[in-house]
Design a binder for this molecule. Structure first.
Ligand code: ADP
Ligand code: MG
Length: 395
């Protein structure tokens, strides 16, 4: 089984590379994880439910404050020198490539009135990038946690997550919901996070797979189809149009038992056929989150499998955000005896999750690899998703 969940550098190594770069010691080291979402997809911008869990893969940051208004950023994964910015000149739409994620957090904190006067930051991450596992949110969250501690801002984990989302939405310019940053900030070991994105109410739901003899695999398809970016915005606009046509503020206000009638209303009002499908996906996925929680609370973890499959079918057929590689990962896993599987994250590539009996995990992983090889796809990365801790200070 591949997949590197070890930190790219130990804390001592990260501190040493910080010292080499900046000529002094860091004041501390922080970590924030990537995530997979168990169920509830494309629901977070509809005020709906999601259920992510943190991965053992983390972004780490060694950080020391500056008082001269300079922000210096470096990532061990990016060749090239230190990026130097002025905190008082940060503004949305400046570009900055990868550095926009941590710089955006500094911008969002300052815009909210917090006195961040500069910092030296050395980043490193084991979260695969662009795989739908939220490497971007991990960078934002680790930066937010570090600055919150060092500057004594007293912000809570959800407040830091919301600022991270604002950094990504406004400064970087990616219209993501709040799930990724909330997962990175608030998940706990051995649990999935039931998050209500309407008011950020949350509950840690025990998700102890080994105790049930189960494993959750991540299949990173290693592809990202260009279609994804515009498609996300189009789905978002379609959901908003659907809610407006039904006289609702968001689709969250539509209960599952009112769905059939609402779909009839939409069809009769001449709504676009795609809007009808999007509404059906969002409202039914909210219901699937509630079903999964009921199953986990009842200790019936195996029964989650078919719900994952239903979620995948809805993302594939109604929302239409899957792709050949994701569909193959899911079908090959299920044919090889997995309990259930679905794409996770935004789709058009990225990753799928597979719920499987522990003693079938290797055989299922092999079957997925063989199916990819037979179809001529790039070999996927497959590793277990062990529900892990959220953001924290390490040193
Ligand atoms: P995802 O969040 O699903 O991994 P995104 O496209 O949202 O995908 O974010 C990936 C981007 O985040 C990368 O292109 C890069 O700009 C930035 N990023 C992630 N990890 C690192 C890292 N270790 N060092 C520098 N930049 C990173
Ligand atoms: Mg991202």
């Amino acid at each position: 089984m591949t997949g590197n969940s070890e930190p790219a550098a130990s804390s001592a190594e990260l501190a040493a590379s910080f010292a080499e770069l900046y000529g002094r010691e860091p004041e501390g080291i922080w970590a924030a994880p990537g995530r997979v979402n168990l169920i509830g997809e494309y629901t977070d911008f509809n005020d709906g439910f999601v259920m992510p869990l943190a991965l053992p893969h983390t972004a780490r940051a060694a950080v020391a404050r500056r008082t001269d208004g300079e922000l210096r950023l470096h990532s061990t994964e990016v060749p090239g020198g230190v990026v130097r910015l002025r905190v008082d000149e940060l503004a949305p739409g400046q570009g900055h490539d990868w550095a926009a994620y941590p710089a955006g957090v500094v911008w969002a904190l300052r815009e909210a009135g917090h006195p961040v006067t500069g910092a030296d930051i050395q980043l490193t991450s084991t979260v695969p990038t662009g795989a739908g596992l939220s490497s971007s949110a991990a960078l934002e969250t680790v930066t937010a946690f570090a600055l919150n501690d060092l500057f004594g801002l007293g912000l809570s984990a959800p407040e830091l997550a919301v600022l991270g989302q604002r950094a990504e939405n406004v400064f970087v310019g990616v219209p993501c919901g709040v799930m990724d940053q909330m997962a990175s900030a608030c998940c706990t070991e051995g649990h999935a996070l039931h998050l209500d994105t309407r008011d950020l109410a949350r509950r840690q739901v025990p998700f102890d797979l080994p105790a049930h003899g189960l494993r959750l695999l991540v299949v990173d398809t290693r592809v990202k189809h260009a279609l994804g970016d515009g498609a996300y915005a189009e789905r978002r606009a379609g959901c908003e149009a659907g809610a407006a046509a039904l006289g609702l503020r968001t689709l969250r206000e539509l209960p599952y038992d009112g769905l059939a009638e609402a779909l009839d209303t939409l069809a009769e009002s001449g709504a676009d056929e795609s809007v009808v499908r999007y509404v059906r996906h969002v409202v039914s996925d909210n219901e699937r989150v509630e079903r999964v929680i009921a199953l986990l609370d009842a200790g019936d973890v195996r029964a989650v499998g078919p719900v994952l499959e239903a979620g995948h079918a809805s993302l594939r057929d109604d929302l239409r955000v899957s792709c050949a590689e994701l569909d193959l990962a899911v079908s090959a896993a299920v044919e090889a005896g997995a309990l259930g599987a679905r794409m996770t994250g935004g789709g058009f590539g990225g990753s799928a999750i597979v719920l499987v009996e522990e003693d079938r995990a290797d055989a299922v992983a092999d079957a997925v690899r063989e199916a990819f090889a037979a179809a001529g796809h790039t070999a996927p990365g497959i590793f277990p998703a062990v529900p892990s801790a959220g953001a924290r200070r390490l040193v």
